[in-house]
Design a protein around this ligand. Structure first.
Ligand SMILES: C[S@@+](CC[C@H](N)C(=O)[O-])C[C@H]1O[C@@H](n2cnc3c(N)ncnc32)[C@H](O)[C@@H]1O
Length: 287
């Protein structure tokens, strides 16, 4: 059962991993600590026509329609303003670039840019999140995506003032933040009660329906032996649950990767993907 009242957590500085999320009171194993709606989300290209274009809920009937499909009138209304902006432009070149290069994050930037233009989001809404360190090679690879995004809006006659925020610095800064903070949304299926009875909800990779960035979940640090877990049941709305009994003041950490990998593999993925040397107890113990 979801608990009423404020979530039992706060964001504060850790000793060695920047900001983190801490318990403000005792939390019991299996408790749902809080939920979070995405600031921005986007279906993966493979599920584009089989999930709701707004909330990523699976649609009962997959369509081959080139237009966006929604699971409800409510989702369609939420998406109306940014989808109207998106529908003005031709995304063929941009989306083909993402498809051929296997890129998913520029699609989140495209959605956010449409939200900013339509007045659904502010251009600086993700500035508070930690950016990934980027090499000059990574930055030059991002430039093509920036050109394609900007070109699409310019060709669609979106006014200069409306896209004044859309410069290279904004685009690269946003991708740097998305790189560290985006979650792959994997719908678990089954009921919430089923999931609570599992020590850790493990979900198949093919359950992935898209990617999303949240505010509060972005402050959870990583641990290879986590005490918290993020799950998705029916759509991109995230649920943070405790995997163990947690004491007041204890830091809550989730696992960003497959915890069953060996130590070297975990550390390599965390360094290459997120740019840090993991300082969790399991890594430090050599496990
Ligand atoms: C999603 S953010 C988590 C919040 C972040 N600490 C902040 O201040 O915004 C991920 C970043 O936190 C830091 N971090 C997370 N888990 C860590 C760990 N186990 N060891 C060292 N640094 C970690 C790394 O800098 C990583 O890139």
């Amino acid at each position: 059962m979801e608990r009423p009242g404020p979530p039992p957590i706060r964001v504060a500085l850790t000793n060695s991993a920047g900001r983190g999320v801490f318990a403000t009171r005792r939390i019991a194993s299996g408790d749902l600590m809080h939920t979070a709606s995405p600031v921005v989300c986007y279906p993966s290209l493979a599920t584009l026509h089989s999930v709701c274009y707004f909330c990523l809920r699976r649609l009962p009937n997959a369509t081959a329609a080139p237009t966006a499909s929604y699971c409800s009138d409510e989702c369609m209304e939420h998406a109306e303003a940014f989808h109207e902006v998106e529908a003005k432009a031709d995304w063929l070149a941009h989306d083909e670039h993402c498809r051929t290069q296997g890129l998913k994050y520029p699609l989140l930037v495209k959605r956010l840019a449409c939200m900013v233009i339509s007045g659904n989001a502010s251009a600086d809404c993700l500035d508070i999140l930690q950016p990934a360190p980027l090499s000059s090679g990574m930055i030059s690879e991002m430039e093509r995506g920036f050109d394609l995004l900007r070109d699409a809006f310019i060709k669609a006659d979106i006014g200069d003032e409306q896209i004044a925020f859309l410069n290279k610095q904004w685009y690269i800064g946003l991708l740097a933040r998305i790189r560290i903070n985006a979650f792959r949304v994997e719908l678990a299926g089954g009921s919430y009660e089923d999931l609570l009875s599992l020590a850790a909800a493990s979900v198949a990779t093919e359950a992935s329906v898209g990617n999303a960035v949240y505010m509060l979940p972005s402050f959870y640090n990583h641990d290879c032996d986590p005490n918290a877990h993020i799950i998705w049941l029916e759509n991109a709305s995230a649920r943070l649950k405790a995997l163990r009994d947690i004491d007041p003041g204890e830091e809550l950490r989730i696992c960003y990767i497959d915890a069953s990998l060996d130590r070297d593999a975990r550390r390599a993925i965390l360094f290459e993907g997120f740019g840090f040397h993991c300082n969790c107890g399991r890594c430090l113990s050599g496990d």
